[in-house]
Design a protein around this ligand. Structure first.
Ligand SMILES: NC(=O)c1ccc[n+]([C@@H]2O[C@H](COP(=O)([O-])OP(=O)(O)OC[C@H]3O[C@@H](n4cnc5c(N)ncnc54)[C@H](OP(=O)(O)O)[C@@H]3O)[C@@H](O)[C@H]2O)c1
Length: 281
């Protein structure tokens, strides 16, 4: 298992399994169990995905010792306040059936994230969380955040794939030792990723699939990847990334695929829509 070293000295697997939009809890449990049996040790869920119980059941069924797993969950906007964060964290912990999580992330850069961070810093100091981080924080936000807090985020989980490469954010993260973690590393199966001719050509050269090439590109760029699938053969395919290497020329060709599209974090409709999602009364 290839690992990366976070800025607080703990190791995190560079490949994990994501469970966004696996709403059927039975399907989620079976997918996570199959992922763990395949060899994945990092599982990425979130309170807003409403499937933490299913993840917890799969962890238990797997029989893999807790310390060998790396479990991430996330604090939703509604609870991102100084009073709400601890309550939400303990609710997640209970649903997961765990007594600590490895990584707890502020899911979106909205609400009282500074108050929430101080509560997370306390949970971290108490050993309830091994590393704390953020998600969907763009360059300006992440800089302000680390300049005005005690603990620097260990991880920033953002969308990164061959068409959305986050080149500026990558530099900011690198200069402050924040590990980038790529969500939607397969572009959510959209944007014609699987029929892209450059990715197809590179895949053919290596006898691999486009999905494997896209994931490998992210790994060689230093990002953590957390692809999601509910299909057993794809769960296995997405984990099978360590028997080939993209050349510098192939990395450069894929580097040219970036569309440099804006992130939606400043879009008023996006902010309103996310804030309207409530996960409890
Ligand atoms: N922090 C955030 O705001 C945020 C946002 C989005 C996602 N995430 C995290 O990142 C994880 C991954 O992102 P994502 O689920 O949005 O997108 P993704 O992993 O880029 O893509 C998942 C899609 O690709 C398909 N797929 C997976 N492997 C494939 C393969 N080998 N060949 C062909 N199709 C394949 C899946 O279909 P099937 O399932 O039908 O196989 C699914 O439709 C999430 O599960 C979640 O944990 C975080």
């Amino acid at each position: 298992m290839q690992k990366v070293l976070l800025n607080n000295g703990i190791e995190m697997p560079q490949i994990g399994f994501g469970v966004y939009q696996i709403d059927d809890l039975q399907v989620c449990e079976e997918a996570v169990l199959h992922a763990i049996q395949t060899g994945y040790r990092l599982i990425d869920t979130a309170a807003v995905y409403q499937n933490e119980e299913a993840v917890g059941r799969a962890i238990k069924r797997s029989g893999v010792p807790r310390e060998e797993l790396f479990i991430t969950t996330k604090l939703w906007i509604q609870d991102a306040t100084s009073e709400g964060a601890k309550r939400a964290f303990y609710a997640s912990l209970e649903k997961l059936g765990l007594d600590y999580v490895d990584l707890y992330l502020i899911h979106q850069p909205y609400n009282d994230i500074y108050g929430a961070w101080r509560a997370m810093e306390e949970l971290y100091a108490e050993g309830k969380i091994r590393a704390i981080g953020v998600s969907n924080f763009m360059s300006g936000r992440v800089l302000d955040f680390l300049l005005n807090n005690k603990v620097t985020p260990a991880v920033n989980q953002v969308k990164v794939h061959p068409f959305h490469q986050q080149k500026e954010l990558k530099e900011v993260a690198a200069s402050h030792n924040i590990q980038l973690e790529a969500w939607a590393p397969l572009a959510e199966g959209k944007e014609g990723i699987f029929s892209n001719s450059i990715l197809q050509k590179v895949a053919e050269v290596h006898g691999k699939t486009v999905a494997q090439v896209a994931l490998r590109w992210n790994l060689q760029n230093g990002q953590i990847v957390i692809p999601k699938s509910t299909h057993k053969e794809r769960i296995e395919e997405n984990f099978n990334l360590f028997d080939f290497e993209l050349s510098a020329e192939e990395m450069a060709q894929i580097g040219e695929l970036d569309k440099a599209a804006p992130n939606p974090q400043e879009n008023p409709e996006f902010v309103e829509r996310l804030n309207s999602i409530k996960i409890h009364d």
